[in-house]
Design a binder for this molecule. Sequence first.
Ligand SMILES: C[S@@+](CC[C@H](N)C(=O)[O-])C[C@H]1O[C@@H](n2cnc3c(N)ncnc32)[C@H](O)[C@@H]1O
Length: 216
Amino acid sequence: MIETLAYVKNFLRDRQVASITPTSQFGVRGLCGTIDFKQTRVIVEYGPGTGVFTHYLLQNMRSDSKLIAIERNRDFGSFLKQTIRDPRIRIFNDSAENVIDTLSACKESAADYVISGIPFMWIPNDIKDNIIKSTYKALKPGGKFLVYQTCLQMDCHLKVHLEHVFGPVHARYEIRNFPPLRLYEATKSTAAFQLPGNGGNGHNGSNGKNGNGHGR
Ligand SMILES: C[S@@+](CC[C@H](N)C(=O)[O-])C[C@H]1O[C@@H](n2cnc3c(N)ncnc32)[C@H](O)[C@@H]1O
């Protein structure tokens, strides 16, 4: 209930919140069901909001793994810092665009998974492409970018942009959420290699900004 009130308040003030209610457990399990938690050490989450995915991830992650949460909205960032006490998580008030700097701040070079609920439909194409390229660069070879969006998303809003960087992307619907979700799974090729200072597939994944997030 507190979570829904926080959403309504922030939705009215911040267009990038893009939802008036947290994702349902159907949506959370639908997106995260394929995560191999036993083999996972680093997960990055974009746009945790009040933390419905965050709690699920922490419940299932190994005791020696790390969750890096990047939330742009300051109210949600403060809410997460006040309500989640777990030594495996670091919470940053920042934009997903700065994921590479954020990983460095956590002394990590790459993630096994990036989970994202940020509203790509409302994000201008240049920023969207920067986020996708930076995410590709932030993943280990074989790592996955798992994304949930509302079912209103057309391919031109996200799938086409993802495929430009990752290659073929698997997309499906989860209708037991309100509103129904479109779920995407984009995998970084295991043949990908990291060039120093460059994106693994030859794209320059520069995020164009310096990190200014405040982790804990
Ligand atoms: C649709 S809500 C999802 C919230 C929550 N994960 C859930 O499933 O209920 C989108 C979230 O992404 C955050 N967000 C939007 N743009 C962002 C960005 N560029 N970087 C990080 N977070 C962002 C919003 O503040 C909001 O918390």
